[in-house]
Design a protein around this ligand. Sequence first.
Ligand code: 13P
Length: 339
Amino acid sequence: MNTPILKNTIAEIFANGKGILAMDESTPTCKKRFEAAGIPQTSEMYRQYRELLVTTSGLNESIGGAILFDETIRQQTDAGEPMAKALMKAGIIPGIKVDMGAKPLPEFPTELVTEGLDGLRERLAEYKTMGARFAKWRAVITIGEGIPTDACIKANVHALARYAGLCQEADIVPIVEPEVLMDGNHSMQQCYNVTEKVLKALFSELYQFKIDLEGIILKPNMVVAGKGCLIQNSVDEVAEATVNCLRSAVPASVPAIAFLSGGQSPKVAAEHLNTINKNFKNRLPWIVAFSFARAIQQPALDAWKGEQSNVKEAQEILSSRAKLAAAARRGEYSSSMEE
Ligand code: 13P
């Protein structure tokens, strides 16, 4: 492991108030999003859409790194350029999703464990030759009756630590993502309790597996009530709960936190991130940024509709959503900027 290489990659990704664009939807997720938008669900359409994203001009003003999916990193733009290369040329560092998805945890009917450790060392070596300098592994934690269980938390943080070790061995920065889902009718306090417990278990495991915390990016959820909860908290309440939860569980040696959006609307995700950075600036020992997929991409996907004639408009929308997220990262966002 070469710590300076890892630290340098992280510094480059987040330089000048930038964040990360997650564009690593797996084939099943892509299929679902395209189906909902009425776009044919073919590998060629996924390629065209990813080309739209990576060729958006000026994207590197707000995006320092973009996470690709295995299929995408093997695809090329119309000009015959590999997607990772197109990103590099645009001044954006390519990253790669390396987990193989969240699968049912045997004997725990409603819980999931993320798979993909077998052969990971070899896959990382290959992705590195393709230009990937950082990676992502997403663990999924569900809140519900009697869950998450300790077994589910343990299995998922174990896999995250093993993954992080393999990444660091290859001088690839691991994005460590333990996502506590917004699905359910749990309160914000329940989300706080579960998120805190998962993060504490995660950092204990990372310590045991000798992960260099200065060479990781943490990608957590914000602390919010479940989508089905009757009480939805104010932006200020969410920001405060999120900051308190992270301060209680995330060591100051972690250089950067980049939130997932998790199903929040683009505007709400930006408001939360902005308030965290604006109101709690002096309480954040880390860079607090974004690694959004839906909260940056969704309006662009809806505008594109799979039509070549809509590419320019979709790219403008993408670029503006990325700029708003970057403004929120700096605590300079306001909802008046939405117009
Ligand atoms: P969302 O921002 O849509 O939650 O996606 C982030 C992500 O990459 C989940 O792994």
